[in-house]
Design a protein around this ligand. Structure first.
Ligand code: ZN
Ligand code: FE
Length: 251
């Protein structure tokens, strides 16, 4: 059984260590803060053997060097991470990587940046999605195009609804406000937001989330919903997605 250690990093990132007790291998999922990852691993008694980067932003790959220096870990990453760090194993859509006997499938989820990937582990029913999808939100579109980002979200939507999504930031409270503005009649969304508000009031994380719940409530994953398309405009889902993304940027 894979184990996930989740901890806050920097101002609003989450760090994740993925540990396989059978092989003893441990993957750092992104590296917002190398020193904090090393502290967390030591507290667990784990040694980081791999780094799995989702995209090149410094709050995701900026700690690579510190971790490699301390542990000699193997860096698995899309080629854009070369902007920040060396890469030992370049990966792209359709590739697989392993942690012990567990396999992660690489999915292209570009749009926030080009060369943004997710790691989907079917046997563990989990995916590490970086800044592609958040609880009730998605990443800002810094480098990509609406059609590209929507196609990426469709690949996430196609995973089993039971998939646990590990998103890289605690942005949920702000996302919830926009989601209610975007889709005010959605009763599943309304009850989800009540839970989120209660959790954040107690300073509890809202990550991870479950894909099935996001499919019913996250406006960015629902840009193909006829009611949202009618409300936000667009004759194709990626146009509605673009309208929602622009409205959120200005919200
Ligand atoms: Zn990012
Ligand atoms: Fe980020």
């Amino acid at each position: 059984m894979l184990q996930v250690d989740q901890f806050p990093c920097l101002s609003d990132n989450y760090g994740f260590l993925l540990h396989d007790p059978d092989s003893g291998e441990t993957a750092a999922i992104d590296t917002p803060d190398g020193k904090e990852y090393l502290r967390q691993a030591e507290a667990k008694g784990w040694t980081i053997t791999h780094i799995w980067n989702t995209h090149w932003h410094p709050d995701h790959a900026g700690g690579n060097a510190d971790i490699v220096k301390a542990t000699g870990a193997t860096i698995v990453a899309p080629k854009e991470v070369e902007k920040l760090s060396a890469i030992d194993q370049l990966v792209a859509h359709g590739d697989t990587v392993t942690l012990g006997e567990h396999t992660a499938h690489i999915i292209d989820v570009s749009g926030h940046t080009n060369g943004h990937i997710a790691y989907h582990l079917p046997d563990a029913d989990m995916a590490f999605v970086g800044d592609a999808v958040f609880a009730l939100g998605c990443g800002r579109m810094f480098e990509g195009e609406p059609k590209q980002f929507w196609d990426s979200l469709e690949r996430i939507k196609a995973l089993p609804p039971s998939t646990t999504l590990y998103c890289a930031h605690e942005y949920t409270a702000a996302n919830a406000k926009f989601a209610l503005h975007a889709d005010p009649e959605n009763t599943a969304l309304q009850s989800y937001v009540e839970e989120i508000t209660a959790k954040r009031a107690k300073d509890q994380p809202t990550v991870p989330t479950e894909l099935g719940r996001e499919l019913a409530t996250n406006p960015f994953l629902r840009a193909d919903d006829p009611a949202l398309m009618a409300k936000w405009g667009g004759t194709a889902p990626h146009e509605t997605f673009a309208a929602l993304r622009a409205a959120k940027d200005a919200f």
